[in-house]
Design a protein around this ligand. Structure first.
Ligand SMILES: [Zn+2]
Length: 258
């Protein structure tokens, strides 16, 4: 028992070591902004923000993280040698997913064998250019044939609720593809394989960052009167909506007093 416990502790420490090193890479790339007041993709208010565009400025950090994620997937992924195609859920994750595909291909395929390909899904736009909430493989890229009926693995850079990933899993399955798993650089909301309905989710970083849904719970930064950061994340859109709401309320109050 004691030996088993020691082994478990050793594995946990090793894992923590990889995670600590990955976070250090992100810090070194100056891609983590701390102690401010951000609005995330899901509308949650966040004191810390992972600005992945600044990670991707650094080819060293990006390659190191992609290599570590690929290694973890190669070691832990039960059916990873069978994978035909790596899919990025959106354009934002292309750099990472492409590198992971490259490292997995090197590891599992000989030159004479078909290589592991790398493609991406996109947010569908309506005629006015607005997001429809659905994801597609663009017609003009002819990626649908690359994914149809194949064994695929999704690679996402950061996820909180897993919502986008879920929709892209459905998209792939709609084409008859088998989704063998999902790899995430930073799984900051604890998204699980069970939640996504896939055999496995392998994440390089699982550290959770604080997030407050202002509809559900008080946000300490709102309470402290910290202004919303409108430069990063969805703060600008959030403030525009709030300002529009305040103007509308003022107009109604004015109309009622007439
Ligand atoms: Zn707030």
């Amino acid at each position: 028992m004691a030996e088993l416990q020691r082994q478990r502790t050793r594995i946990a420490t090793m894992h923590d070591g990889v995670e600590v090193a990955a976070l250090a890479q992100i810090e070194r790339a100056k891609a983590l902004f701390r102690n401010d007041h951000f609005v995330g993709n899901s509308g949650a208010h966040l004191p810390d923000y992972f600005h992945k565009d600044w990670l991707y400025r650094s080819t060293r950090a990006t390659e190191a993280l992609a290599s570590d994620l690929a290694r973890k997937i190669a070691i832990k992924g039960k059916r990873i040698p069978e994978v035909d195609v790596i899919v990025a859920p959106e354009k934002g994750a292309i750099i990472l997913s492409h590198l992971v595909a490259k490292y997995l291909d090197r590891r599992f395929r000989q030159e004479c064998e078909p290589e592991i390909l790398s493609v991406y899904a996109e947010k569908e736009k309506d005629a006015d250019g607005k997001d429809t909430g659905r994801f597609v493989f663009s017609d003009k890229r002819l990626y649908r044939d690359t994914v149809a009926g194949k064994k695929v693995w999704l690679i996402e850079d950061v996820t909180t609720t897993g919502g986008s990933i879920e929709r892209v899993i459905e998209l792939c399955r709609g084409l008859g593809a088998e989704v063998l798993g999902v790899g995430v650089l930073w799984n900051r909301g604890g998204t699980t394989a069970e939640k996504l309905g896939v055999p496995e989710v392998i994440s390089l970083i699982e550290t959770r960052l604080p997030a407050y849904d202002p509809k559900m719970e008080p946000c300490p930064m709102c309470n402290a009167g910290t202004p919303i950061n409108e430069k990063l994340g969805h703060g600008k859109k959030y403030m525009e909506t709030r300002r529009a709401g305040a103007t509308e309320a003022l107009r109604k109050a004015h109309d009622a007093s007439m």
